[in-house]
Design a protein around this ligand. Structure first.
Ligand SMILES: Cc1cc2nc3c(=O)[nH]c(=O)nc-3n(C[C@H](O)[C@H](O)[C@H](O)COP(=O)(O)OP(=O)(O)OC[C@H]3O[C@@H](n4cnc5c(N)ncnc54)[C@H](O)[C@@H]3O)c2cc1C
Length: 434
């Protein structure tokens, strides 16, 4: 699914929701009714945004491949922000509107709503959960949390959705007297829940039994960086492309409960897959000592950083540090004639550069160019500072650029590419962050 198609479908759905409100609303009179109706609209839209946020994170292959991880993550967090804003506005507007119409004060009206309608009480708990999840997802708070804590707290979203669902039918004017609307709304929620269960939970388990992936070998590549080779059956059915990643769950004691994304660092070969990991935290460090033969549950492939994005004849692969992994696979497998592919590999020192022998060999075989650029980020010699990148590759503007690296390097590279006036539509990124 193309991003424009996805946006169009989301907008059309939003307009459908507004049409539902319009269809069910008699002429409005007085400030109380105006406020209540604004509350109804924000409530309906919040209910709709919940479904969009769920679908974006359901790991539906068409959405994953069409939008790519970076855009998906951005849209999902945007949906989260809209959801919380709409749900808070809905709550305040409904209380205020009802209070005005019933000549009650705000506190009294809040008490009546909470005590007279059990579904509203449950929805209020759901609102608290949504706000809590929004708070822990704010950039400043998220940095202080372990990824796993943040990830597992996110499961409370499912509880919040379940708690808030009933009040929509029990008290929502648009559904109480409109069975077709109730049916359609239920279908929307059931469809989104089914997609989550199927793609996030059932599919990886089905793939585990079908492909029987196991750890075959662990090989050191550089200090703190190692490759894990995995063997399995029928791997061609996964249709994994160079540039993509899986979420890997290594089924050993102490690791089975977490899954981590790692890109394929080589195109799939027969019964063999390879990932290359930099030790950064507990999981990536302990993986170095994983027992050979450990079964692996892999969910994927995901990501849109594939040869399909390419529009121009010439391609620049721009890698920073461990961001080389997907670009290493693309360097080998991206269809191209000699002279069409250039790899710029940025690392802080030669010791941190992995795959040098492999990359040189691929470059020779394919007639491709490699520039290794070493030095600390932001130093005067940094190729991403000023116009150095444009001087290194004079026809930079006529390239499709595939970019992958740590967040700081990606921002610096994007700025360098903007300075060189490379069109945004020609820049394809994968970020190794959540
Ligand atoms: C699409 C994608 C592809 C990646 N490919 C590679 C690769 O090929 N090689 C490689 O070495 N690294 C890759 N990473 C990064 C890798 O997932 C993290 O380094 C790893 O998960 C760190 O886990 P940890 O427990 O060792 O470290 P922690 O100390 O728990 O985390 C270190 C940092 O890694 C990030 N992180 C941790 N867990 C996850 C997770 N489950 N999902 C997303 N981010 C997480 C967080 O930003 C955290 O700040 C990729 C990340 C993404 C999003």
């Amino acid at each position: 699914m193309r991003p424009s198609t996805a946006l169009l479908s989301i907008t059309a759905g939003g307009l459908g929701v507004l049409a539902l409100w319009w269809h069910d609303t008699p002429p409005i009179r007085g400030a109380g009714e105006w406020l209540t109706n604004a509350g109804r609209i924000t409530g309906l839209l919040a209910g709709y945004v919940v479904v969009i946020a769920l679908l974006l994170m359901a790991r539906i292959p068409a959405i994953e491949h069409g939008l790519g991880t970076v855009r998906l993550t951005r849209w999902h967090s945007m949906a989260g922000r809209y959801l919380v804003s709409l749900a808070v506005a809905h709550t305040l507007l409904i209380i205020w509107g009802y209070a005005l119409s019933a000549h009650q004060n705000l506190v009294g009206q809040t008490g009546i709503l909470l005590l007279s309608y059990p579904d509203v009480l449950m929805a209020t708990v759901a609102l608290g959960l949504f706000v809590g999840i929004a708070v822990i997802s704010a950039r400043a708070a998220r940095r202080r949390l372990r990824y796993e804590t943040w990830y597992h707290l996110h499961f409370y979203t499912y509880l919040a959705i379940a708690l808030s669902f009933a009040h929509q039918f029990a008290t929502g004017a648009d559904f109480m007297g409109n069975p077709p609307a109730r049916l359609l709304w239920s279908a929307l929620y059931i469809g989104a829940a089914a997609a989550v269960v199927w793609y996030r939970f059932a599919t990886p388990i089905r793939q585990m039994f079908r492909h029987r992936l196991r750890v075959a070998r662990v090989v050191d590549e550089a200090p703190g960086i190692f490759s894990v080779y995995l063997v399995g059956r029928h791997l061609h059915e996964l249709a994994a492309e160079p540039g993509q990643f899986f979420r890997w769950r290594f089924l050993s004691r102490g690791q089975w409960w977490q899954s981590h994304p790692y890109s394929l660092s080589a195109p799939p070969r027969g019964s063999l897959l390879r990932i290359t990991v930099k030790s950064l935290g507990d999981h990536s460090t302990s993986l170095r000592h994983i027992r050979l033969g450990t079964p692996v549950l892999a969910s994927g492939p995901f990501g849109a950083l594939t040869p399909a994005l390419r529009r121009a004849r010439k391609v620049l692969l721009l890698a920073g540090g461990i961001g080389i992994t997907p670009l290493r696979a693309l360097f080998e497998a991206m269809p191209a004639h000699p002279g069409e592919i250039t790899l710029v590999y940025r690392a802080s020192s030669p010791r941190e550069a992995v795959f040098k022998a492999e990359l040189d060999q691929i470059a020779r075989r394919r007639g491709a160019v490699i520039h290794y650029l070493f030095g600390p980020a932001g130093s005067p010699a940094d190729p991403l500072v000023g116009t150095r990148l444009a001087r290194l590759i004079p026809d930079l503007r006529s390239h499709d650029v595939y970019l992958c690296g740590p967040p700081g390097m990606v921002s610096a590279a994007l700025a360098a590419l903007r300075r060189a006036r490379v069109p945004r539509s020609r820049i394809h990124t994968e970020a190794f962050e959540f």
